[in-house]
Design a protein around this ligand. Structure first.
Ligand SMILES: [Zn+2]
Length: 274
């Protein structure tokens, strides 16, 4: 038998492509049954498209594959932090003292979290507002200048948000400030699994304006028509910079047919404040 080091987990993380079952589900456009980690329902996945991460909607709550990935790691973190059985985000309502701050207000995940006693959510409405202001009925927060108290939050959630912040590590430092000891920031960002350095797609010009150092890239945005500009795509460098801020970070590459978590790009981070 020949020795094959490829079978072991290594960094860079190998991109394995789609499994035969994933290819089949993509062809027919639906799959399941799944146990949704957001709403806890036994459900099916609808609208399975090439971009597996942003599709595969839960037939009951509408959560995408990406949100179920985040929810899986959140549930496991709460189980480790507080004990008990946590199968989905719906179960978090049983922890009335747990304080969760989510950096978005819309979608299936926020809807489930809003059943909690201590749930805070915000959007970013632009630099003309102050953190903590109410804009269009929602709380505005600038992640680089949070209005939240020191050590007041157990879990901060962000799902594809930090790539839109020009100075993301200033925001990570703010998250560290507001987390209680033992708290965590559980998040997703675009991440080069085979890279080492963050990719900076913009820089600041002489007049304070953004200069595109790579072709401008925009992602869909819940409050801005035309989308939000991507300033950075992260890589291993991010884990080092988080360590310099005091975080101990786990990288999870998750996959679970049972939970409707598909594709080889399902990477979730858990940055812990010890
Ligand atoms: Zn669901």
């Amino acid at each position: 038998m020949s020795l094959n080091a490829e079978k072991f987990i290594k960094y860079p993380l190998a991109d394995r492509g789609l499994t035969p079952l994933e290819r089949l589900m993509l062809k027919i456009g639906w799959g399941g049954p799944i146990k949704c980690t957001v709403c806890g329902s036994l459900a099916f996945m609808k609208r399975i498209k090439q971009n597996l991460r942003e599709t595969c909607h839960c037939s009951v709550c509408g959560a995408t594959n990406r949100k179920r990935q985040l929810a899986l790691v959140v549930c496991d973190a709460v189980r480790r932090m507080r004990g008990g059985r946590v199968a989905s985000v719906r179960d978090l309502a049983r922890y009335p003292d747990l304080v969760i701050y989510n950096t978005e207000t819309g979608g299936a995940l926020s809807r489930e979290l809003s059943r909690m006693k201590n749930y805070i959510s915000s959007e970013y409405f632009g630099e003309e507002h102050n953190s903590g202001d109410t804009v269009k009925g929602k709380m505005h927060q600038d992640l680089t200048r949070l209005s939240l108290e020191n050590e007041s939050i157990d879990i901060v959630l962000s799902s594809d948000v930090f790539e839109h912040i020009p100075d993301p590590y200033r925001a990570h430092a703010e998250v560290y400030r507001v987390l209680r000891p033992g708290g965590r920031h559980i998040f997703t960002v675009p991440f080069y699994k085979t890279g080492f350095l963050d990719e900076h797609r913009t820089s600041i010009g002489a007049g304070g304006e953004f200069v595109h150092t790579k072709p401008a890239l925009y992602h869909g945005d819940p409050v801005r028509r035309g989308g939000a500009l991507v300033h950075n795509i992260f890589s291993l460098e991010m884990l080092v910079k988080l360590a310099e801020l005091g975080f101990r970070t786990n990288l999870y590459q998750v996959h679970s047919y049972r939970h409707g978590i598909l594709g080889s790009g399902a990477v979730v981070f858990e940055a812990m404040k010890d």
